[in-house]
Write a new protein. Structure first.
Length: 771
């Protein structure tokens, strides 16, 4: 059956852009020659409606847009796509044709042809393109820029022209020796080029009566928060938002650049200091980053959470959201059923002066925390107990039924609670208001040791938001019960790095590392990192409880292409030791066993720290063999297309967990030590795995519902995400969610799985130097 023919009115409508919105449209090119586009807007009702268009002005073409353009696009007919197809509208334009297009007014302004500059023989490619100001400005100072970069070496050519005035592109003398370009942006009518090594170029474009002026400046860049080692790869984006310029830095693992983001850091340009200053809040700004376009909006106008960055990835139709204050990254698929072939989406802003009718600021409301200890989830913090209360109200005419507990006096309630485990005591207090009034909140540091060891618990997920003193603890065993702990006096600006036995290993600032037990609020301070070295590890772990005399802390990072940098410290040591180890070369073949440390946690196993590479290669730091490092020739890589890998000990065996792109293709292997091969695991039996980048824990499931599952540091809605080996799909607690990957989930960045531990320690045990 042939395609349905469109009427003249329908064809005309398909060739017109959708109406402007308060936020930009996400545009997916697709079809033969990429002539069609699907438009998606995050502010559409239910985020579900999309618009299928066929806009001649951008069909099969490249385009650029930034906030300074105020809705205008710079469009270039650059080349026929790799599939050999071109759009039906290509005959209207010649190769190299360039123009400005306003998708609201549909106005077009021709620019000089760029064919001489985009010819493949020029050995240059387009680095970026921007407008100094919209061409509709009355001052007539609008200027279009193209920055070309050399294919083989860092040399640049800057072209400029006045839209509708100049017939030829003019080349501007580009300063040599200022370093590789980070990015380009226009602000207050001037072009700014940010370079590495603090280089900054300010270009005042041609006006009516003045020539171009070029200034060489210095704009200091704060060093990135080192999370993966010496050569952490990152990608810069510069976004103008009203009167601010933000530098958004996406940080990747060395082997997954533009694929799997580790975190994002944001800086603001302070022109008074000529410095990029790190920000912890974007205020009411919302930023959008695409392949060739950027945009910014006001959160209050869109009803969105403030301080978010929406971004896309190459060759990926997912939409990602980084919440700076919430310290999380979410991922959705706005258009799952795109026709093939499709290309990576980009943003198109169509300005409007009207506000969204129901646009409201999405405020983050933080309930007051009156107690310095764990606050019961029942007190409007735990959905399961709230639901039980609502059900009781429904069946009793809105009044809570007096339970059998009501016959007990206050003294008996207090006496009963004295025999309860801390978690059970929380549940006991949540029965009714009378219990909360009679039974005081538990003081964890005076709880009986006998009591805290009697209840079977699953690991809890702990996480915090940016600069938030409240740490959240989620208990998957009790249907996502959430407990809140105010740790402002202990963990200001601290990051969770590892967890074991109820103790968190954390870092603060550049050189401080310490242990912390959030349940007893006890801290063990480690010596600062030595000399000029700062926290830069992609993996860190410790061998046994930090109160034990044999505790050793081990940290690893990559060091160039063929070496690793290892730090370690034993209990009683006053300083860290560190060594650089070359990757092992096999004597028979002189083959270099390349090992690139992954963003996961080493496992202490059989007297050594085992580290897992992205592809299944194991490296071992042996404590019993004079602190030696070796990369094992076996086991060999068990699978391909790995984006994340984890290592965990389960019942005395090493397990590896590999994930494909966005959580697809979950694969588990067990190390057969006798043959040194990875053996595929299809069933975990009665065990459960709890996995995050900072901790991997195996445990016997406390109930049958949790068996044979992998729990992640991700949420679907309010429920923790888990993967069931029985169904081969992802699910979430408290919902009917079922999926094949991580789409429609949120990942917390400062988080870990932790085994609740209320065991008390002595003052001597809290002194790292005491053995």
């Amino acid at each position: 059956m042939g395609k349905k023919k469109l009427s003249a009115a329908e064809r005309s409508e398909r060739r017109r852009p959708p109406d402007p919105r308060a936020s930009p449209w996400l545009v997916y090119p697709h079809g033969e020659g990429k002539k069609d586009q699907t438009f998606y807007n995050h502010c559409e009702p239910n985020n579900e409606k999309t618009y299928r268009k066929c806009l001649p002005e951008i069909s099969g073409k490249s385009f650029w847009q930034s906030p300074a353009d105020q809705g205008w696009l710079i469009v270039l007919y650059k080349d026929v796509e790799d599939d050999g197809q071109s759009s039906n509208f290509s005959s209207q334009w010649k190769l190299g044709d360039c123009f400005l297009w306003n998708p609201v007014s549909l106005e077009t302004i021709q620019l000089p042809n760029l064919l001489p500059w985009i010819n493949k023989n020029t050995k240059y490619h387009i680095r970026d393109s921007v407008l100094s100001s919209p061409p509709s400005n009355s001052d007539g100072n609008s200027m279009a820029f193209f920055l070309f970069a050399g294919d083989e070496r860092p040399e640049y050519i800057l072209l400029c022209c006045r839209p509708g005035v100049d017939k030829q592109w003019k080349a501007v003398a580009f300063p040599i020796g200022k370093g590789i370009v980070r990015g380009v942006f226009c602000f207050e009518g001037k072009l700014h080029i940010s370079c590495y090594y603090d280089g900054h170029i300010e270009i005042d474009p041609f006006g009516n009566k003045k020539p171009v002026t070029v200034k060489w400046l210095n704009a200091s860049h704060q060093p990135l928060y080192s999370v993966l080692g010496k050569s952490t790869p990152f990608v810069d984006h510069f976004v103008v938002s009203r009167d601010e310029i933000f530098r958004v830095v996406r940080i990747f693992h060395p082997l997954t650049v533009n694929k799997e983001i580790v975190t994002i850091e944001i800086f603001r340009m302070d022109f008074s200091l000529m410095s990029w200053v790190k920000v912890e809040s974007l205020g009411d700004h919302v930023l959008f980053i695409g392949k060739c376009t950027t945009a910014s909006c006001v959160a209050a106008e869109m009803g969105l959470t403030r301080g978010c960055v929406f971004f896309t990835q190459p060759n990926d139709k997912s939409l990602y959201t980084f919440d700076l204050e919430g310290d999380s990254i979410s991922v959705v698929v706005p258009c799952p059923n795109l026709p093939t072939p499709w290309s990576s989406p980009d943003w198109v802003m169509m300005p409007t002066v009207t506000r969204v009718a129901d646009g409201r600021r999405a405020e983050d409301i933080l309930n007051d925390v009156e107690e310095s200890i764990i606050t019961e989830a029942m007190e409007n913090k735990c959905s399961i107990n709230v639901n039980e209360e609502e059900e009781s109200q429904k069946t009793n005419g809105g009044e809570l039924e007096e339970s059998a507990w009501g016959i007990l006096n206050e003294a008996i309630l207090v006496w009963i609670s004295s025999f309860l485990h801390p978690v059970d005591r929380i549940h006991f207090r949540s029965v009714c208001q009378a219990h909360r009034s009679a039974v005081p909140a538990v003081n964890w540091r005076t709880t009986s040791t006998d009591i805290i060891q009697t209840t079977s618990l699953s690991p809890w997920l702990v996480f915090s938001k940016k600069n938030d003193p409240i740490y959240n603890f989620i208990d998957p065993m009790h249907n996502n019960e959430k407990y809140h702990m105010n740790l402002s006096e202990f963990l200001l600006d601290a990051k969770i790095r590892f967890s074991k036995g109820g103790w968190l290993l954390m870092s603060s600032g550049k050189k401080t590392v310490f242990f912390f037990n959030p349940f007893t609020r006890e801290r063990i301070q480690l010596p600062d990192l030595p000399g000029r070295y700062e926290y830069m590890f992609c993996g860190i772990s410790f061998s046994s409880l930090p109160t034990s005399a044999d505790c050793v802390v081990f940290a690893i990072t990559e060091w160039g292409e063929d070496a690793v940098f290892i730090f370690f410290i034993s209990r009683g040591d006053a300083s860290w030791s560190f060594r650089i180890f070359n990757n092992t070369r096999m004597p028979s073949s002189e083959k270099c066993m390349e090992f690139v440390p992954w963003f996961n946690t080493p496992v202490f196993y059989n007297g050594g720290f085992y580290c897992l590479d992205y592809d299944g290669t194991l490296g071992v730091f042996d404590l019993e063999d004079n602190f030696s490092w070796k990369v094992l020739a076996n086991p060999e890589q068990p699978c391909n297309s790995v984006y994340q890998s984890f290592l965990v000990e389960c019942e005395g065996k090493l397990l590896s967990v590999f994930l494909g792109h966005i959580g697809s293709q979950v694969r588990i292997y067990r190390l057969d030590s006798s043959k040194m091969v990875w053996v595929k695991v299809k069933n975990l039996g009665k065990h459960m795995l709890c996995i995050s980048h900072s901790s991997c824990i195996s445990a016997i499931a406390p109930n049958s519902c949790m068996e044979n599952k992998i729990y992640f540091s991700r949420f679907h809605g309010e429920g923790i995400l888990f993967y069931s080996l029985d169904t081969g799909r992802y699910h979430s607690l408290g919902s009917q969610h079922s999926a094949q990957d991580f789409h429609n989930t949120k990942k917390q960045l400062n988080c870990s799985w932790i085994e609740p531990n209320w065991s008390r320690t002595t003052g001597q045990e809290l002194d790292w130097l005491s053995i």
